[in-house]
Write a protein that binds this ligand. Structure first.
Ligand SMILES: *[C@@H]1O[C@H](CO)[C@@H](O)[C@H](O)[C@H]1NC(C)=O
Ligand SMILES: *[C@@H]1O[C@H](CO)[C@@H](O)[C@H](O)[C@H]1NC(C)=O
Ligand SMILES: *[C@@H]1O[C@H](CO)[C@@H](O)[C@H](O)[C@H]1NC(C)=O
Length: 671
């Protein structure tokens, strides 16, 4: 038996060699794994694959996309029915956290079963009393509160489509937002938003006379829907499911997109599925998650990536009424949350706030903070100060069905929006989203090589993020786009990108890849800028200013302000008399401008700075903004421009000088 001995000898030699080389192999593997993140990817494959199969099964066999079914299943299962689904933390009337401490709050709890029963009773009211039917679009003008969630789920039960209005909007943008989705009714939060809704009510009814306006007061409605003897309504499954496809709208949220009035982005059932079941996998959001969010539910961040993952993973949603720096950690502590949601600016406020007893008590208890727009320099500060174990940054646009994710626990990917491993990166790049190079001299135009195709940018080079359309012949099945706005929908689609016949959706956001494939956000292009976590559309602000007879032309751009996140509005104005009015007359114009922007624009849309200048027109009679981009404060690059700032307290524009600018930078003057 020589051969057996030979084999044994070979195996023994290999084993010895292996053990001798072991530290080397281990070091090599560590290096390799750091670079290609094989372990990280490995953890994603099976759960993601299973969910993908489930979605295929839904699409091909059951056609049952409505997530009301999943919540119903949870509510009726013996295991979860008495688990808390929703905590809501609100100020007691007349109380102030700074004086009353914890006593200022009350926390409401709803188990899955309670929530489900409430939703059925509320459905009865919405369906029988207000006539809401399957297929109706229903706009909601609501602040964060349990009723928001209950209405949303009741509408899903009925088979209607909720559209979440931004409750900061008034007048034209609000009228437009309602009109564009052709709703059967608008539900108004009569406890918190009635006054501001009434301000625009007549304009809305003038534009849309058939609209039914329904005021709902929590303190009248809640006792009825909590009462077990109230009648319930559950839509028949046949009616609810009739004709529903994966790409049909599940709910509508608004985005100011890149130009013009707010557009209503369709969030399809498929997107909701991805948000509820795929997004939690790389983020590691499980049924143990108790997610505190004070982000407004009318944004996709709070609703689609906050409430949906919480409910569909059978965790708990802890809802705050509104973000507050001073009581933030008290609220998190009172709800016992282990996961918190942010948008970038919020983190800066938290990191800069004075230390509190609450945060000391809660140090180290938050497992994950996730959201979008966290700045690279704030990122580690946030983790260290509050002992947060992991950060989950994502990038998602209201229009696109996908989000990128970056879960950072041990330092890989600080500041990135995506930190998957090599394999996942290749897979996602081919099937979901990737970057394309821009023209060397113009960041707004995509580069095409001599064959007419786009290219991926090199490491460290900026490129626009684009999302793949799976079926280029039927764009809407992957990219449902905007409601009743074909032009805006199709203007986002580009074709023949990497080969003939493919189609992708542009994001208008510029990104960059580093050496190990992490992707970082760099810039936003075009005609919007972000201020106070909101998109501001320059056209919308311009249209508002042009309503004034005194203004001939205006150009609004985003402007960087020292020590402030994002860009604020900066308006360049040309009066009818070419700015040749006397100082006194110009002052009157400024007063009118101030009055106009304060009454007609949401706080984040008001130009914080204005200046008079001559505005050139292009050959196609568009105003040319190039010269005004990237304004320099306080007095322009030459130091001689006369700039005014919006004094929000006095509601007027005041001359800006070096000293007042310094105070703005130090937030002594708030803009
Ligand atoms: C708003 O309008 C409704 C109906 O016209 C009216 O009943 C209500 O009193 C108004 N509320 C406020 C705060 O003005
Ligand atoms: C801002 O605009 C982008 C790009 O159109 C969109 O994806 C995003 O959801 C918008 N955000 C808000 C708060 O409207
Ligand atoms: C991060 O580091 C900690 C401590 O070194 C370790 O326990 C944990 O497993 C690491 N997590 C990841 C995702 O590598």
């Amino acid at each position: 038996m020589p051969s057996l001995i030979t084999y044994a000898a070979i195996v023994a030699t290999l084993a010895v060699a292996y053990f001798k080389a072991w530290p080397g192999i281990r070091a090599w593997w560590k290096d390799f794994n750091h670079r290609y993140r094989v372990t990280d990817d490995g953890q994603l494959i099976i759960p993601m694959g299973l969910q993908a199969l489930r979605h295929i099964y839904q699409t091909l066999i059951t056609h049952r996309f409505n997530q009301f079914y999943d919540i119903e299943w949870t509510a009726l299962s013996p295991r979860y029915s008495s688990k808390i689904a929703l905590n809501y933390i609100n100020l007691k009337p007349g109380k102030n956290f700074k004086i009353d401490g914890d006593d200022a709050f009350y926390v409401e709890h709803y188990t899955y079963r309670e929530m489900y029963d409430i939703v059925l009773r509320l459905s009865y009211i919405l369906h029988t009393k207000y006539g809401i039917e399957k297929g109706d679009t229903v706009t909601m003008y609501f602040m964060n509160k349990p009723l928001f969630i209950f209405i949303w789920l009741a509408l899903w039960n009925i088979g209607a489509i909720p559209a979440f209005l931004n409750y900061n909007l008034k007048h034209n943008p609000l009228v437009h937002s309602i009109k564009v989705v052709k709703p059967t009714c608008v539900l108004v939060d009569a406890t918190d938003c009635e006054e501001s809704f009434n301000e625009s009510k007549q304009e809305i009814l003038d534009a849309y006379p058939d609209l039914q306006v329904i005021y709902l007061k929590d303190f009248e409605l809640l006792p009825i829907i909590k009462d077990p003897s109230s009648p319930e309504f559950r839509q028949s499954d046949k009616v609810r499911d009739a004709g529903v496809q994966a790409w049909h709208p599940a709910l509508l949220v608004y985005t100011s997109g890149t130009t013009g009035m707010p557009k209503s982005a369709v969030n399809s059932w498929r997107k909701c599925f991805f948000a509820a079941y795929l997004f939690p996998v790389p983020m590691k959001i499980y049924e143990t998650a108790n997610i505190y969010t004070a982000m407004p539910l009318y944004h996709g961040t709070g609703s689609i990536l906050g409430a949906l993952p919480a409910f569909e993973q059978r965790g708990t949603l802890s809802l705050g009424h509104k973000f507050s720096v001073s009581s933030y950690w008290a609220q998190v502590r009172l709800t016992n949350a282990n996961t918190i949601q942010y948008v970038g600016e919020v983190c800066r406020y938290l990191v800069e706030a004075p230390e509190t007893e609450d945060e000391r008590m809660y140090y180290g208890k938050v497992e994950l903070a996730y959201g979008n727009g966290l700045r690279k320099d704030i990122w580690p500060k946030l983790k260290h100060r509050f002992g947060i174990k992991a950060i989950g940054e994502f990038y998602a646009s209201s229009e696109s069905p996908f989000a990128t994710t970056c879960r950072e626990e041990n330092g890989t990917g600080v500041g990135a929006i995506r930190n998957n491993g090599w394999l996942a990166d290749k897979f996602l790049g081919a099937t979901i989203y990737t970057l394309v190079r821009m023209q060397p001299d113009d960041d707004n135009l995509i580069y095409r090589n001599k064959d007419g195709f786009c290219e991926e940018p090199h490491t460290g080079e900026k490129g626009e993020l684009i999302t793949k359309i799976w079926n280029p012949r039927d764009v809407k099945t992957t990219f449902p786009g905007y409601v009743n706005n074909e032009e805006a929908t199709y203007s986002k689609v580009i074709r023949d990108v990497f080969h003939k016949g493919d189609a992708w959706v542009r994001s208008d956001d510029l990104m960059m890849r580093d050496g190990i494939g992490n992707i970082y956000f760099t810039d936003r292009m075009g005609d919007t800028f972000r201020w106070k976590s909101e998109n501001v559309s320059t056209t919308e602000v311009e249209n508002e200013l042009l309503e004034l007879d005194e203004i001939e032309y205006c150009a609004v751009v985003g402007c960087k302000v020292k020590n402030h996140e994002g860009r604020c509005g900066y308006a360049v104005l040309q009066t009818r008399s070419n700015n040749e009015e006397s100082d006194e007359e110009l002052k009157q114009v400024l007063d009118k401008v101030a009055d106009r922007v304060i009454t007609h624009l949401p706080h984040f849309g008001r130009p914080c700075f204005v200046r008079f200048d001559t505005i050139e027109l292009t050959f196609s009679h568009k105003i040319s903004k190039k010269r005004f981009r990237n304004p320099v404060l306080p007095a322009g690059p030459s130091g001689t421009q006369k700039v005014y700032y919006l004094d929000t307290k006095g509601k007027r524009y005041l001359p800006l000088d070096a000293e007042s600018y310094e105070q703005i930078a130090r937030e002594k003057i708030r803009i």
